[in-house]
Design a protein around this ligand. Structure first.
Ligand SMILES: NC(=O)c1ccc[n+]([C@@H]2O[C@H](COP(=O)([O-])OP(=O)(O)OC[C@H]3O[C@@H](n4cnc5c(N)ncnc54)[C@H](O)[C@@H]3O)[C@@H](O)[C@H]2O)c1
Length: 440
């Protein structure tokens, strides 16, 4: 039996939004709808996370509707849809008919006065759009946010908006961070353990109940704040470690060693080490953004964060380091007159996502230095105003340097060489051909 046993807020006295809003009878009604797959599921935001989530819900048998403000995203979802139980629309009014509503909208960063900050604008707008559909009805519902942000955001920002109307009094609110890893064929959504939480015991139980239908394993958190913080810890852990891998890579470059070789060697240790490989920098909608949500929250709580701040600086400087290496690699050819072909512009290997890709600042810096830059990426047909160069028809002699920025598996060195291309790889020291490792 689901019971409301009060707020789980770690911060002490409950506010209005902390108070339990679903009675046991309403909660059991929602639970029954979930257990019998009779619940109608709405997923707000049909991007990378939301579409996959909605497809999974439809796949297990829920009648599911994806809602997105972007009409072309909706058309794309309808084109890619693989389930009869799924539909997509730009009209948020369909949410009035939903028993379970999931939020999967962007949480980007923005730059104010040269400083990068977390931006909750999309989350606030999505919560407003959902609340507007509740109007006066008191239909019991479960609303769960999957967007990534700082601890306290669901309780202090999302919940008050959702519960502004009388209809909002009938909802249980939960939080469950999304952990999907683009391009990772080994772990699909159902195979990744899902951390679940709720504003109170009842909401936590309903959230767990719903996700048990979608994934193999749910892991209850003691509070929404703990679940929110879990996601920031996971991604900032990667961010800081990648920054260290990049710093170590600089050191290896000075010693004419390959940081990738050494990382692979270190990874043979069966305990106490996790491999992180240096590349052109971090990108995407998670690793490049989430640490700023943690950093802003740490600052707000007056916690010094020198390690995170240094990692941020390292990441911001990485494109300049890459351009310096490219310039050195060009040797006697001046960067001002160089024609450069970049291989790979996606933010990581074997996917076509270019959001916050380090290729943007790298190409920008190269062009500002005077170079003419083309790119080829089998996963990215267009990149800004550019289109991908066809390697089959292009002439390698037209370029002063070909450099791999993103290590797609299609860029196998031997296969490229067989086709006349001999690219410089950031993973190999720029001076590798000049002799043995430099000791001092
Ligand atoms: N991409 C990832 O790998 C990943 C992994 C884990 C977690 N996350 C987190 O999940 C969240 C969503 O990320 P994403 O990668 O799916 O973003 P995305 O940009 O791919 O998709 C978000 C979608 O939300 C839509 N949208 C924005 N405001 C809306 C509104 N008010 N109503 C309806 N639709 C709206 C946008 O049009 C867009 O299509 C973010 O908080 C992100 O940090 C992302």
């Amino acid at each position: 039996m689901l019971r409301n046993s009060g707020s789980q807020s770690p911060s002490g006295s409950p506010g209005i939004a902390d108070l339990p809003h679903l009675g046991p009878v309403e909660a059991e009604h929602v639970q029954r709808l979930i257990a019998t797959h009779a619940a109608v599921v709405g997923v707000v935001g049909q991007g990378y996370v939301g579409f996959g989530l909605a497809q999974r819900a439809a796949q297990v048998g829920f009648c599911t509707v994806g809602v997105d403000i972007n009409p072309s995203a909706v058309l794309d979802c309808i084109r890619r849809n693989e389930c009869d139980a799924y539909n997509a629309t730009t009209d948020p009014a369909v949410l009035a008919e939903c028993d379970v509503i999931l939020i999967a909208v962007p949480t980007p960063t923005r730059i104010d006065d040269g400083v990068r900050h977390s931006d909750l604008g999309y989350v606030v707008a999505a919560a407003e759009a959902i609340a507007a559909q509740f109007a006066d009805d008191r239909r019991p519902r479960l609303v769960v946010s999957e967007s990534t942000y700082a601890p306290g955001t669901t309780r202090e920002v999302v919940m008050p908006i959702l519960r502004r109307t009388r209809g909002g009094a009938g909802i249980a609110v939960g939080y469950s961070p999304e952990r999907i890893d683009p391009g990772n064929g080994r772990f699909d959504l159902s195979a990744i353990p899902k951390v679940v939480s709720g504003a109170d015991d009842c909401a936590a139980a309903l959230t767990a109940c719903f996700y048990r239908e979608l994934v193999d394993q749910v892991v209850p958190a003691s509070s929404m704040e703990a679940a929110e913080a879990t996601k920031l810890l996971e991604n900032t852990f990667r961010f800081v470690n990648i920054a260290f891998a990049q710093e170590f890579d600089e050191y290896c470059e000075a010693l004419r060693l390959s940081s990738h070789e050494i990382t692979r060697l270190a990874a043979t240790k069966p305990f106490g080490y996790l491999p992180f490989f240096a590349g052109a920098g971090v990108g995407g909608h998670c690793i490049a953004e989430d640490p700023y949500f943690l950093y802003d929250s740490m600052r707000e709580h007056r916690v010094a964060a020198p390690l995170v701040a240094t990692a941020m600086m390292n990441q911001e400087n990485r494109p300049a380091v890459i351009v310096r290496r490219i310039t050195e690699r060009l040797g006697s050819c001046s960067i001002r007159a160089a024609h450069i072909l970049v291989l790979g512009v996606a933010y990581k290997p074997d996917i076509g996502d270019t959001r916050r890709s380090p290729a943007f600042p790298v190409i920008d810096l190269l062009e500002r230095a005077g170079a003419a830059v083309d790119y080829h990426d089998p996963h990215v047909p267009a990149f800004g105003a550019r289109t991908s160069v066809d390697l089959e028809s292009a002439d390698p002699r037209a370029y002063d340097l070909v450099v791999v920025l993103t290590e797609h598996s299609a860029f196998d060195q031997r296969a490229l060489q067989a086709r006349g291309w001999d690219p410089y790889r950031l993973s190999a020291p720029a001076t590798a051909t000049a002799g043995p490792p430099r000791w001092r």
